[in-house]
Ligand binder design. Structure first.
Ligand code: GLY
Length: 373
């Protein structure tokens, strides 16, 4: 089942290379991917898919396209084009870092380190956090963190491994600790974002950006937390991160609907119109598989993690994948970008496609993505 799904993904990605013509897909509109010139936070996912497809197929078409994408990211960093946000890890882990990991290309390693330095510019000394969005001092977002940022921390941990400079590691750990303390609630659900006083770091309140309500649990946020804390555990071996990832994973799986693919928010009322977020299930599958890589063979949590990962991926393949639709541009249907603002509420998302393929590569090939070496 995994192999058939990968073959389908590789075929579609090959067609998309010609279709996208060096542009980057983001989300779809009427089943057609919206393209940009490497200006969005999502552009690394396309590049990551190219590297995964190359590693699977060894087809040089993918290699050429992936290298070209890294060059585009080099130019983007030099021009500082739309990089005034925290998502530098998503962008550069799956482009320059992936190239370094696959080809041991020194220029790609240097570019990844430069990207880590850029991410460090989001650090706010007074409030001791990585600011998600907006300029320093921004009245709304100046002291705001978001759970998605946990997936950007691997870039900093990696930069520490490469350079021995503690500043990267310490920044990532302080931010992960703060995320654990304030974004994850006592019942293992999560806030999407949290506000702090910019001047003194005092904790103010949780709030959402893309979820149903300020106190609800946006499913993709929960997914970023599961995978993000698992990756922080990989790099630090701090058992608290492992425990947090496991608790969040259990919450996610305990709230699965009948077809094993989540709705967009765990607290959104469910009726025939309720949107899904297939991307949240794909991200979570990767997170669960990463946890399985880290746990010893006799760990008591292995069986439910394995069951959860397989159920999520089978649910996606059986009900949401575009296998059997050769002209489809995307790999999984019914992702949602921002239901509350009606932005791609029921569409392909390039990150959904990326994590779906990463999970398949983990299952079929024992691949581990490009988050750590
Ligand atoms: N990181 C933004 C999102 O997940 O939509």
């Amino acid at each position: 089942m995994w192999k058939t799904a990968i073959e389908d993904a590789v075929t579609k990605t090959r067609s998309n290379i010609a279709r996208f013509n060096d542009q980057f897909p983001h989300v779809s509109n009427n089943d057609v991917y919206e393209l940009n010139d490497n200006t969005d936070w999502t552009d690394g996912f396309w590049s990551g898919m190219l590297w995964l497809c190359y590693e699977y197929s060894k087809d040089e078409l993918f290699l050429r396209a992936a290298r070209k994408a890294t060059e585009s990211f080099r130019e983007r960093l030099a021009a500082k084009r739309v990089l005034d946000h925290h998502d530098i890890g998503f962008l550069y882990s799956l482009s320059a870092k992936a190239q370094w990991m696959v080809e041991k290309d020194e220029a790609a390693r240097q570019l990844t380190l430069a990207a880590a330095d850029h991410l460090m510019t989001r650090w706010r000394e007074k409030s001791q956090l990585l600011q998600a969005w907006g300029p320093e001092g921004d009245p709304d977002n100046g002291g705001r963190i978001i759970i998605d940022c946990l997936m950007n921390l691997p870039l900093l941990y990696w930069a520490y491994e490469q350079t021995g400079d503690r500043k990267y590691y310490d920044t990532a750990v302080i931010h992960a600790d703060k995320s654990r303390r304030f974004l994850v609630r006592g019942d293992d659900s999560s806030y999407h974002t949290f506000y702090f006083n910019q001047e003194n770091g005092d904790a103010l309140r949780g709030g959402t950006h893309q979820g149903y309500q300020d106190g609800s649990t946006w499913t993709r946020g929960q997914a970023w937390g599961i995978y993000g804390f698992a990756l922080s555990h990989h790099y630090t071996k701090n058992p608290l991160y492992l425990e947090t990832s496991l608790r969040m994973a259990r919450y996610f799986l305990d709230h699965l609907p009948e077809d094993d693919v989540v709705y967009w928010d765990f607290d959104a009322p469910v009726n025939a119109e309720t949107k899904r977020d297939s991307s949240a299930s794909a991200i979570t599958a990767c997170g669960l598989l990463e946890l399985l890589k880290q746990l010893p063979a006799d760990h008591p949590d292995r069986s439910w993690l394995e069951d959860g990962a397989r159920r999520s991926m089978k649910g996606l393949i059986q009900h949401y994948a575009t296998i059997g639709k050769p002209d489809a541009q995307g790999l999984i249907e019914r992702g949602s970008y921002s239901v509350r603002t009606d932005l791609a509420p029921d569409d392909y998302t390039i990150w959904g496609d990326y994590y779906y393929l990463e999970a398949l590569m983990r299952l079929e090939r024992g691949h581990k993505g490009y988050w750590y070496e």
